[in-house]
Design a protein around this ligand. Structure first.
Ligand code: C2E
Ligand code: CA
Ligand code: CA
Ligand code: CA
Length: 278
């Protein structure tokens, strides 16, 4: 109905009320989800491309609601952002992610880093840096083991505040990565002015490596650029062996994707780690 033009906005169609009713219901369910313990973190390994050895782990949020089943983040993070609920949810994620990371040392006998996704609203909240510091100290986790994943979209505003938050996190020893690299920003100059440690190449580029002509050369160029800037590079969405061979050959530092493991709930992930950490 929306596409028919401005005038149709004036009429509240049954379709629209259904959509907004669904939204309101989802919002009120989300408000209670934290107390009811309905959120869960899944974990996906990030491995060294050369050896396949686990280097770090990305925490990925799931919402288990009795009425709606398991809800994937793409379906509820936008609403959590709009309503501001992402701030409380994000604190919970940080806390749980740091807690999980402390357990992996016991399993592997070495340090395994944890990567946490941060959305723009959460990042800009005045309590964000404190929440990060609290999660680290509550769980006795070294800041070097925490990596915060931020998308390029967040940098579009070019604000002094954004730059200052990034610098403060960097000074505290926390690692910073650009998520979905190559999808959201046309200029690359920000890579020099912000203290990023890592670029995560978006999976659409990795997909192209074996599927389109010239797809590999773009990934090669990104890897070389990242390295010349002193950045670590992670390939996302690695699903096939052919991709791993290419990435090895091109010197891509880290890889992540279904080829190595799907995101797993904590118990299953610990089992995976137990048999795959050597
Ligand atoms: P993302 O940060 O780019 O996370 C990677 C997504 O790719 C995950 O989807 C993961 O399950 C999926 N993936 C991993 N390997 C492969 C692969 O080989 N092939 C394919 N096709 N997909 C793969 P997921 O878990 O559905 O998360 C979607 C997005 O939701 C994330 O994208 C991230 O932007 C957001 N998200 C997830 N957890 C959080 C969170 O705790 N906080 C915030 N703010 N956002 C989150
Ligand atoms: Ca991510
Ligand atoms: Ca740094
Ligand atoms: Ca990504």
């Amino acid at each position: 109905a929306k596409r028919q033009g401005k005038s149709s906005y004036a009429h509240f169609t049954p379709e629209m009320s259904e959509v907004s009713h669904e939204r309101l219901q989802m919002e009120s369910r989300m408000r209670r989800a934290l107390e009811l313990n309905e959120f869960e973190l899944y974990f996906q390994p990030i491995v060294k491309t050369a050896t396949g050895k686990v280097h770090a782990v990305e925490a990925l949020l799931r919402w288990n609601n009795p009425a709606m089943g398991m809800i994937m983040p793409d379906r509820f993070i936008p609403l959590a952002e709009e309503t501001g609920l992402i701030i409380a949810i994000g604190e919970w994620v940080l806390e749980q992610a740091c807690l999980a990371a402390t357990g992996w040392r016991a399993i592997t006998g070495r340090d395994i880093g944890i990567s946490v996704n941060v959305s723009p609203r959460q990042f800009r909240d005045s309590g964000f840096i404190n929440a990060v510091m609290r999660a680290l100290s509550n769980n006795d986790l070294a800041p070097q083991l925490l990596e915060l994943e931020i998308t390029e979209r967040l940098l579009l505003d070019n604000s002094i505040e954004t730059a200052e938050i990034l610098r403060e996190l960097d000074r505290a020893g926390i690692r910073l990565s650009v998520d979905d690299f190559g999808t959201g920003y046309s200029a690359l100059s920000y890579l020099k002015s912000y203290p990023f440690d890592t670029l995560k190449i978006d999976r659409t580029f990795i997909n192209d490596v074996t599927k389109t002509q010239g797809g590999g050369s773009l990934v090669r160029a990104i890897i070389n650029m990242a390295h010349s800037l002193g950045l670590t590079i992670i390939a996302e969405g690695v699903e096939e062996e052919a991709q791993t061979l290419f990435l090895k050959q091109e010197g891509c530092d880290m890889s992540q994707g279904y080829f190595y493991s799907r995101p797993l709930p904590a118990g299953e992930f610990n089992e995976w780690l137990n048999t795959n950490h050597q």
